[in-house]
Ligand binder design. Structure first.
Ligand code: AMP
Length: 502
């Protein structure tokens, strides 16, 4: 059997005339449009010399064409490499150098900038208006394309994660990873062809691309495709939808909407949250206002989804639920690696068909994070309670999650420290009512340096994606350190805990 995810998606379609995607501007695409469109893009990729196994790096705004390009990569057996649209040229240059794609696709406005850093790799745009656009080329192609035959273990995508040392790692995801995870989620969340998902997530991340889109397609369901999250738009769509997948920020923003009531959500079947911790308070407020208990799940780039609260059965606020079918989860002592007893806090490790193949061209990093018995060391600290529910209590890697985006402090610190007039810095996440956590920089200035908060942020702007920029910069004479010389971030977090709450 062909393990190609695209083959599985097209096999799942019962009625090709059914509308699969409706966009905010009213465009409706049937499953037929999607399958034939993916065929045209696959032929366009072939015409541009893309072969099976080649990487196709894509940094474009969310659109149906971008989804078709993703599906076309699957069809050709190429490796889809989506990049966050917020990444700066310097960041994109690193990804291109590391992944060595055979094609880069970007928005027309960035064409010149990307061509300047692509190191000779051909650059295409996705806008139909530009001459030589990949969309134009696809429009001229035949829709017929023989879907590449692949093995379960063949690569479907590479998603870059933020590295703890400031260098991103490319997580290699296989067709088998993506198919198994989507099927497990369909089963757990009881998705059917009757479902209509509000898709307001970005599609360069595992959540919007794999969880939301693959689940919709493999369930033969449909989606209302929004360019980005907008509370008014989501409120308007609720009466036509059955499901919403969001980051916690979606829910905190919707809770502030005056129209959110039981009646407004009466047509909905399920509200799902993930990518960052959902406050138990948000869970409770949502249930009070709407009568729906948000279903929280836990996953990551390297593994797709690992756990979920049950669809039937208790959805426990503040927990991420139970391991998905075929996923094994254990908690180990971070030092010794020995498995801990239920209730004890330690490192969360997972094993299953969802676990990625390894980091692109980083065998040592892969070996350090996947144990010989196949368990992946997630970097998240947590415990399993007596009922088997998983609780995440902290992040071993000091990750900051702001509005659903991950920021590793080390990367921001490295950039701050390189600004003239700065001695050192510590970057922490501080509770933020809207974003979950706000990126906050604690900075030590050189003697006599006159740099102020606005000056530091201005210096960082060209170097870091917007979501990584500190919301506030606090100046101190010295950073607090323990006897081993390590900066005590805990102290800094405590001292600044109220920064965004006033
Ligand atoms: P990413 O690789 O961008 O998907 O980020 C993965 C990280 O997000 C995980 O390692 C967790 O630290 C965090 N995360 C994802 N889902 C949840 C959740 N439901 N609760 C708490 N943390 C989460």
């Amino acid at each position: 059997m062909n393990a190609n995810l695209f083959q599985r998606l097209s096999d799942a379609v019962a009625d090709t005339a059914k509308i699969a995607i409706e966009t905010s501007d009213g465009r409706r695409c049937s499953y037929d449009d999607i399958i034939l469109g993916a065929g045209r893009y696959a032929n366009a990729l072939l015409a541009r010399g893309v072969s099976p196994g080649d990487r196709v790096a894509v940094q474009v705004e969310k659109s149906v064409a971008a989804l078709l390009l993703y599906l076309a990569c699957l069809r050709t057996g190429a490796v889809f490499l989506p990049l966050n649209t917020a990444y700066t040229s310097a960041e994109v240059e690193y990804f291109i150098g590391d992944a060595e794609p055979s094609l880069v696709v970007c928005d027309p406005a960035r064409r010149d900038a990307v061509a300047g850093i692509s190191g000779g790799v051909p650059v295409e745009t996705l806008d139909a208006a530009g001459a030589g656009s990949l969309a134009d080329l696809a429009g001229e192609q035949s829709h017929a394309f023989p879907t590449a035959v692949v093995e379960t273990d063949d690569l479907a995508a590479i998603l870059y994660t933020s590295g703890t040392t400031g260098r991103s790692k490319g997580a290699m995801l296989t067709h088998g990873n993506l198919v198994s995870n989507a099927l497990a989620l369909i089963d757990t969340w009881q998705f059917t062809a009757d479902d209509v998902l509000i898709h307001a997530l970005p599609i360069y991340h595992t959540h919007g691309l794999f969880v939301a889109s693959n689940v919709t397609f493999l369930a033969d369901a449909s989606m209302l495709f929004c360019p980005k999250f907008n509370a008014d738009e989501v409120m308007r769509l609720l009466p036509r939808a059955t499901a919403l997948m969001g980051v916690p920020t979606f829910y905190t923003r919707l809770l502030k909407h005056p129209d959110l009531t039981r009646e407004a959500t009466a047509h909905m079947r399920v509200f799902i949250s993930g990518s960052a911790p959902l406050l138990a308070e948000t869970h409770r407020e949502w249930e009070e206002k709407t009568g729906h208990a948000i279903l929280e799940r836990y996953g990551m780039t390297e593994t797709g989804m690992n756990t979920s609260n049950p669809y039937e059965g208790e959805r426990v606020a503040g927990t991420v639920g139970l391991p998905l079918p075929e996923v094994e989860l254990r908690v180990t002592d971070p030092e010794s690696g020995a498995e801990l007893e239920p209730g004890e806090v330690g490192m969360i490790e997972v094993r299953g068909p969802n676990v990625f193949k390894g980091y692109w061209r980083m065998p040592e990093k892969t070996e350090a994070e996947i144990r010989p018995d196949g368990f992946f060391i997630t970097g998240d600290l947590g415990k399993i309670d007596e009922r088997g529910y998983v609780h995440i209590v902290g992040r071993g890697k000091d990750l900051i999650i702001t509005g659903g985006f991950n920021v590793y402090p080390k990367e921001v610190e490295t950039e701050i420290d390189s600004v003239p007039g700065i001695v050192e810095s510590a970057v922490i996440g501080v509770p933020h009512p809207d974003l979950g956590e706000g990126v906050t920089a604690i900075v030590v200035r050189a003697e006599g340096a006159s740099l102020d908060e606005a000056g530091v942020i201005a210096a960082l702007e060209p170097r870091l994606a917007r979501f990584k920029l500190p919301k506030r910069v606090i100046f101190l004479d010295d950073l607090p350190r323990n006897t081993m010389g390590k900066v005590q971030k805990k102290v800094l977090r405590e001292e600044n805990a109220g920064l965004y709450s006033g």
